[in-house]
Write a protein that binds this ligand. Structure first.
Ligand SMILES: NC(=O)c1ccc[n+]([C@@H]2O[C@H](COP(=O)([O-])OP(=O)(O)OC[C@H]3O[C@@H](n4cnc5c(N)ncnc54)[C@H](OP(=O)(O)O)[C@@H]3O)[C@@H](O)[C@H]2O)c1
Length: 389
């Protein structure tokens, strides 16, 4: 069981020096300046990062379907597979002609975007890669989540003019400052004060950096999903999907915990299709877009839709231990986070209800806008079918 999207606060990281580091990391180098604006029209040569991941694979699929562009995927080797083998896996997964999806081998942490030829060819970067480790402190995520976007901007400043599309997260609003608020896409993001989770902090730095780059003349578009949920036709869930993990553990345990969690989730294919539509549409570029669900639902409502009885935490944990021991550690983590008032996930309680307005996205896409589908019984049933033990 991997790390879920919501985790306890990163203890030990709330010293003043961290705040200074975050503010400093969000600054742009004085001499960073864009080339001219990228050509209007659908891009022709896209560099996509993160295509081996949950969201990135759907983005690759949607970009192929929505634009005529060549898609270059930045891929690194893993312990088991070379970058080339992993790239071939992406081609199979999205059923793409290898002539349209090409490999750029490299790791964001080791100068992958330094190539001059690449900078001279690409006219659009879709930056989706990130370390989505919700238990790690900021320092451990900085190289990928902060220096990665910084490298993307430096890349955009060289060679052919480029549009930059950055996958951010609504998690940057999980501080007490935004409790019970409606967050609008165009409102300036406040400081990092009160953001207690290392992952959220790293994405705040990157989102802020991207906003500043736009002010400096870069052609930057930001996307902010809240939870990214399972695929709306296959039921396939991402490894960081806390809600899917909770339902999986609960299906195996035959009961769900009485968890106070507000779920605002958008199916991964909807996120991919939405981003690709904006990428293809010149007049939509340069905005900030919430890719969210207009109706957040309580976790217990999802449990009921899955026909699971809701039980007290102690009963649920005992049932997990007895019937689904592979989820024992996960259940303990969820329980600890529920009890910890300083936990990053405490911000997702229903009483702190946040609404993410997506009017800018609606305006930008016009007739192509489709609202995120509600998390209804049919959607929950899909996951149940995909994961029922
Ligand atoms: N999942 C959500 O609920 C959610 C919600 C809001 C926003 N987001 C954002 O959506 C994006 C994708 O998330 P995800 O859930 O799809 O995560 P994921 O499945 O873990 O995918 C992350 C991707 O980033 C790549 N990556 C990480 N570090 C890299 C590095 N140093 N160099 C090159 N590539 C690197 C990974 O490559 P490897 O396979 O080689 O590790 C993988 O392709 C992230 O920016 C995340 O912040 C996600």
């Amino acid at each position: 069981v991997s790390t879920p999207e919501v985790v306890p606060a990163t203890t030990g990281d709330s010293m003043p020096s961290l705040a200074t580091t975050l503010e400093r990391d969000a600054r742009l180098a004085d001499d960073l300046a864009p080339t001219e604006r990228a050509d209007d029209g659908s891009p022709t040569d896209v560099l996509l990062t993160g295509a081996t991941g949950f969201v990135g694979a759907e983005l690759a699929r949607a970009l192929l379907a929505t634009t005529p562009a060549r898609i270059r995927c930045l891929v690194r080797g893993s312990k088991e597979l070379s970058a080339r083998e992993r790239w071939a896996g992406i081609c199979r997964r999205v059923d793409a002609d290898p002539a349209r999806i090409t490999l750029v081998e490299g790791d964001l942490e080791s100068g992958a975007l330094g190539d001059r030829e690449l900078a001279n060819s690409v006219d659009c970067v879709v930056h989706c890669a990130a370390s989505v480790n919700l238990f790690a402190p900021y320092a451990a995520l900085r190289a990928t989540n902060t220096l990665g976007p910084r490298a993307v901007l430096a890349f955009a400043a060289r060679g052919r003019p480029k549009a930059v599309h950055f996958v951010s997260t609504a998690g940057i609003f999980l501080s007490p400052h935004y409790r019970r608020a409606t967050v609008f896409e165009d409102q300036p993001v406040e400081g990092q004060e009160g953001l207690s989770n290392g992952y959220a902090q790293s994405k705040w730095v990157a989102d802020t950096m991207m906003a500043r780059a736009r002010t400096r003349g870069f052609d930057v578009t930001r996307y902010r999903p809240a939870f990214v949920g399972w695929h709306s036709s296959t039921g396939r869930a991402g490894e960081h999907d806390l809600v899917a993990l909770l339902l999986r553990a609960s299906l195996a345990a035959e009961c769900a915990p009485n968890l106070d969690l507000q779920v605002n989730s958008t199916p991964v294919d909807h996120v991919g299709a939405t981003v690709a539509r904006v990428v293809a549409r010149t007049e939509a570029r340069g905005g900030t877009y919430h890719v969210v669900n207009r109706r957040a639902v309580p976790f217990v409502e999802l449990a009921e839709l899955a026909d699971l009885p809701v039980a007290d935490f102690s009963v649920w944990r005992a049932a997990v231990t007895a019937r689904a021991p592979q989820f024992t550690k996960f259940a303990a983590t969820v329980h600890a986070a529920e009890q910890d008032e300083t936990s990053g996930s405490a911000e997702l309680r229903r009483q702190f209800d946040r609404t993410y307005d997506d009017s800018s996205l609606k305006r930008a896409l016009g007739a192509d806008y489709t609202p995120t589908p509600e998390m209804d019984a049919a959607y929950v049933a899909l996951l149940c079918r995909a994961v029922r033990p």
